[in-house]
Design a protein around this ligand. Structure first.
Ligand code: NDP
Length: 303
């Protein structure tokens, strides 16, 4: 593969550090962001590596071999395809759109079909590992789509992904991501309920975690999120609760479409919808613990 021209659209909390890794490689990176100043500042910062910013999605995509998108939901990607400024106006036959949004399989399939009509490849390629993983270039990328298309763009994905997993046909990357995040949501909520119970029964939550984290109840939530973010009351904003609500909703939808009983996923989707409504658009996902604290009349903090 010749040095690919890469376009990155969506410089949000996770998109920005992902694009930073692409900027370090001397391929012609163009960036576009809805709030234009973020893209122009990014390009100025990385100008030494030939990074430029585009004023429209079409301009970013024009002549690019690989266009990467990273937006909150799949419908954001779909809404940027059409019109004179849309991605489709710039994409050339033979190019590939890699959607790193944690999206939904149905919309991904629709986008892929539209691109295929123009000879453009598509992969759904959501990521996991959080902002820290994105900063460290250690993300896991779960890919749905044709394996030949994946091999074509693999060197680009390797700029920010340490582990690239081909999950299957289009939409399977989205499905795996949604279920993974439904498990994260369950672990966060169940650990909060467990620690609220123990706090109320007079146990120091730090002591409870000391036991749980060398026992079978442990999870990433209990081992990392609670000690670093809840007990300290730090609650840094890295991944919005609104996005986790969206992910659990996708997992619940996939389960319903498969017609398999999924009471826990459906309940988790309802709980996160309620927490999202109560805590608002900007709350971090770990702040769901504050909602559980409110419901249980406890505070899970260091004594
Ligand atoms: P943010 O909310 O931080 O950023 C969203 C980005 O999308 C911004 O660049 C925003 O532009 C842009 N955007 C939002 N709506 C539109 C729209 N309608 N049209 C065009 N641009 C739009 O989200 P994250 O970066 O946190 O998340 C992006 C995706 O990555 C999500 O699907 C999320 O679930 C997933 N993800 C996030 C992780 C994290 O830790 N943050 C971890 C793993 C996956 P503007 O600057 O104008 O607001």
């Amino acid at each position: 593969m010749h040095m690919p021209i890469v376009a990155f659209l969506g410089l949000g909390a996770i998109g920005t550090p992902m694009a930073r890794h692409l900027a370090r490689v001397d391929w012609g990176l163009r960036v576009w962001n809805r709030t234009a100043v973020r893209a122009s500042e990014f390009a100025t910062k990385h100008a030494a590596h030939g990074v430029t910013h585009a004023t429209t999605p079409a301009a970013a995509a024009r002549g690019a071999d690989v266009v990467i998108t990273c937006f909150p939901v799949s419908s954001d990607v779909e809404s940027l395809l059409d019109g004179p400024d849309g991605v489709l106006a710039g994409l050339a036959r033979g190019a590939t759109l890699v959607d790193c949004t944690s999206g939904d399989p149905a919309t991904s399939k629709r986008i892929a079909a539209r691109l295929a009509e123009r000879g453009v490849g598509y992969l759904d390629a959501p990521v996991s590992g959080g902002v820290l993983g994105a900063e460290g270039g250690t993300l896991t990328v779960m890919v749905g789509g044709d394996s030949a298309t994946l091999e074509k763009v693999r060197p680009v994905l390797e700029a920010f992904g340490k582990k690239i997993v081909h999950c299957g046909a289009i939409g399977t990357g989205d499905a795996v991501k949604a279920v993974n995040n439904a498990l994260l949501a369950m672990h966060l909520w169940s650990t909060a309920e467990g620690l609220a119970t123990l706090t109320s029964a007079g146990v120091d939550p730090a002591v409870a975690l000391d036991v749980i984290n060398t026992s079978s109840g442990r999870s990433n939530a209990s081992m990392n999120l609670f000690p670093e973010r809840v007990l300290t009351r730090a609650f840094p904003r890295t991944f919005r609760l609104a996005l986790l609500d969206k992910d659990v909703g996708i997992a619940a939808q996939v389960a319903r479409e498969q017609r398999i009983p999924s009471p826990l996923i459906q309940l988790t989707a309802e709980l996160y919808q309620a927490a999202h409504r109560a805590l608002g658009e900007e709350a971090d996902h770990v702040e769901v613990v504050k909602w559980v604290e409110q419901l249980t009349g406890t505070v899970i903090e260091k004594r």
